[in-house]
Design a protein around this ligand. Sequence first.
Ligand SMILES: Cc1ncc(COP(=O)(O)O)c(C=O)c1O
Length: 416
Amino acid sequence: MADLAILGGQPTRTADYPEWPVHDERDVQAVAEVIRSGQWGGYPYPGPRTAEFIRRFQELQGGGYGVAMVNGTVTMEVALRASDIGWGDEVLVPAYTFQATASAPMAAGAVPVIVDIDPQTYCIDPRAAEAAITPRTKAIIPVHLGAQMADMDAIMALAERHNLIVIEDCAHAHGAKWRGRGAGTIGHFGSFSLQSSKTLTAGEGGILLCRTPELAARAASIIDCGRPHDPEEKQFTMGANYRMSELHAALLLVGIERFPEQARQREEMAAYMDEALSEVPGVRVLKRDERHTTRSFYRYIFAIDPQVFGVKHDVVCAALEAEGIPCWEGYEAMHHYELFQPKLSRLPVPSAFPQAFAFENMDLPEAERACEAEAVWFGENIFRAGPQGVDDAVNALKKIQANSAKLAEALASRTQ
Ligand SMILES: Cc1ncc(COP(=O)(O)O)c(C=O)c1O
């Protein structure tokens, strides 16, 4: 077996994977038209292209009342504020996610309560969430991570039992479906990021799908400097300018045209990846839940067994990168982020509720295992490179696995 590229051998792949975002003359034309139209911004809200994008996005996800805004973090803050959730209320969030899922409740004045994940999916564990409920718990933010969806049946049942608002963080789940229902249309809200790396993007942007027109009107007021959007409302409410611009909406209208074919290609190649990876010793493909009827692939996450590989995921990722396969070991566990430590932060919420941030007392073994040892993330572009793109990634991993003793040895001699 050839030497590992990280130890001086030849890489498995020398060709680049396809770039993201994809663009052509249609994007240039769409932006040029906005510039010529003279209506660049998002006021009056929504602008014509923004309104059209909202309509098309609702169609894509199959429901909801959309409010388009500047990113996929304020979407969650706005959802909480539109639900009257604020100072001192508790919001359940998973330990394995981007920091925005926990910082959005803090921006609304609420306390993010970090709970462990299900090792089968790496999404929030509904039992751990139920165990963390107190009389102050008002909402839960399940994150549909990578290519998975949280168990929405269990979460909706839990929310009903405890009267919680459900905000699905769908930053990774454009086009995904659970029992045929679109991600973001099952809970009270669905929050989508449209930032550069996301599978539908205008560079920046976000959209919040709301369950009712009333919630959408409240959200629209909050993002439109507090202007009344409900015919009943006469007064300004507390708000800020988080409106989507027409330039962003124009790019999204082109991107949404391309989306179905890209999603189909990713899904087809990811099924091929599932099969190929399940033959690699020491690799665990995450659960394929039958209720998750359409998968979307922002990132494809799988687990390596550090006992079998002799090294942890960060070393496997470095070796994969050297083989020409872009990958990442994923997020840190949320309770390790310094941002949330009261002693290191002057933010009002951790300062006012230090008990909730006493992370040294937290026991989140599944998130620790995923974040510190097991998880490997492939980018969506591997699936846009056709079967060869998948074969190269899997062959590189097989090569690393077969040479793992040498890799562990080299690492040990370097750290001596
Ligand atoms: C899970 C998750 N939630 C929220 C966000 C926030 O999105 P944005 O960067 O648009 O604010 C991201 C962005 O990377 C994310 O990955």
